[in-house]
Design a protein around this ligand. Structure first.
Ligand SMILES: Cc1ncc(COP(=O)(O)O)c(C=O)c1O
Length: 416
């Protein structure tokens, strides 16, 4: 199905909700009554089947079968088994992806490996406005490189070319910027990075599960990302790392733990890496949380990422149209062009914090990113067009009521 122009009434939204092809997916998730959840780009909701998956893991695999479950229940293989399934969502053929650790840790491994693959180069290019952990990890990996390294910073939307030369070992970029929601052109950038002889590392935290990514087709070198946002793997669910098969033999994981060993149960004294992607594992993985990722992937069974992307764009189109109609003076930060827009809409507003708090009180959960961004994530898996219509209306109500004048909306909490 192609979505034509955005519906122009609530009744038209209801009609579209009744016929759009992904409407049944909502039933695979638990969404509290009366809540319009626009924060799935931070923590996705719980897949309905996750409860039974966790219960089986706890009661049968752990309580009853104990240590036998490492083999019998396939615990040991979960990183690569789930990795292959997740790899399919990012266009990576089997054998190149593992689910493990956190995005920060996997990014560290990728940068360190890239530095090792370009021994005569001494520069890492990163985004000035990247999610902070990416910048901190670049610093940490450079400090441990064993030779002096330099960091060059670029804005999310470039110009990258000016920074690419024969000194650049790797470029670390976010597919979608966490604040603005801007989407980068992977094919174009990857080609430019490769033309300069460097390697590219994509952070897919804000696109995995909602936007297509062509890992193999675009000859991407490394990709990392989390599973708790649009993938709905649960709080703190393990992340992933994908490494191109052509690099695997030479790519060195700095965290050379026993799970990355070629023969972990030989208990050798010396480290000998696995010949495949398992070399990017380190140690024992959190099996309960891995099962959360499994339940999340199950919830996407039979769903094409292209279909998710089509609906996501239609949802953000509708939100942008409603905001433009109701609040024409608001500063929309997210690009209007579909080819440059992720699955969120960011609005800059100096009273962003109290507005987001007031919206939450009225049942619309979005989030605030300092200093002045209201961020609304549009997950096509469980949001309806009517949700989007209503959310824009509640945003307009909050602004018209000047909710920031109420002291309670200005109280800052550590986590929002
Ligand atoms: C773009 C981006 N990269 C990295 C991270 C950090 O991931 P983790 O805490 O799993 O290391 C986040 C978390 O929100 C993120 O948005």
């Amino acid at each position: 199905m192609t979505y034509s122009s955005a519906p122009e009434s609530r009744a038209a939204c209801l009609a579209l909700d009744g016929e759009e092809p992904l409407r049944a997916l909502r039933d695979r998730f638990i969404l509290p009554e009366g809540v319009i959840y626009l924060d799935g780009n931070s923590l996705g909701p719980m897949p309905k089947a996750a409860g039974a998956v966790f219960a089986r893991t706890i009661e049968e695999e752990w309580a009853r079968d104990l240590i036998k479950s490492w083999n019998k229940a396939g615990w040991f293989d979960l990183p690569s088994r789930l990795g292959d399934r997740l790899g399919a969502l990012i266009g990576a053929a089997p054998g190149q992806t593992v689910v493990c650790d956190t995005t920060s840790i996997n990014l560290y491994k990728a940068i360190h490996a890239a530095i090792g693959l370009r021994p005569d180069r001494d520069v890492i290019v990163a985004e000035a406005g990247a999610f902070p952990t990416d910048l901190y990890i670049v610093e940490g990996a450079m400090a441990a490189a064993g030779r002096p390294m330099q960091r060059r910073l670029v804005d999310h939307d470039g110009p990258l070319e000016a920074l690419l030369d024969e000194r650049v070992a790797a470029v670390v970029l976010s597919h979608v910027d966490y604040r603005s929601g801007r989407l980068l052109d992977v094919a174009d950038i990857t080609r430019k990075v490769h033309a300069a002889g460097a390697l590219v590392i994509w952070d897919l935290c804000h696109s995995i599960g909602v936007i297509e990514f062509a890992f193999d087709a675009e000859a991407v070198d490394f990709a990392v990302g989390c599973t708790y946002k649009y993938l709905n793997g649960g709080p703190g669910s393990p992340a992933f790392i994908a490494v191109a098969r052509r690099l695997l033999r030479q790519a060195r994981n700095p965290l050379s733990g026993w799970w990355g060993h070629a023969a972990p149960f030989a208990f050798d004294r010396d480290f000998r890496p696995d010949s495949g992607i398992r070399r990017f594992l380190c140690g024992t993985q959190p099996i309960l949380s891995m099962r959360g990722v499994e339940a999340a992937l199950d919830a996407l069974d039979g769903v094409e990422v292209a279909a998710l992307r089509r609906k996501s764009l239609a949802l953000t189109d509708l939100f942008l149209a409603r905001v433009a109609a109701l609040l024409p003076d608001l500063e929309i930060v997210t690009p209007g062009e579909a080819s440059r827009r992720g699955s969120q809409v960011a609005i800059a507003f100096d009273k962003a914090y109290p507005v987001v708090q007031a919206m939450i009180e009225r049942g619309v959960i979005g989030d605030f990113r300092a200093p002045d961004i209201m961020r609304f994530g549009f997950a096509p898996t469980y949001l309806s067009f009517t949700d989007v219509w209503d959310a824009a209306g509640i945003l307009a109500d909050c602004l018209r009521a000047e909710v920031w004048r109420e002291p309670r909306y200005n109280l800052r909490h550590a986590v929002t």
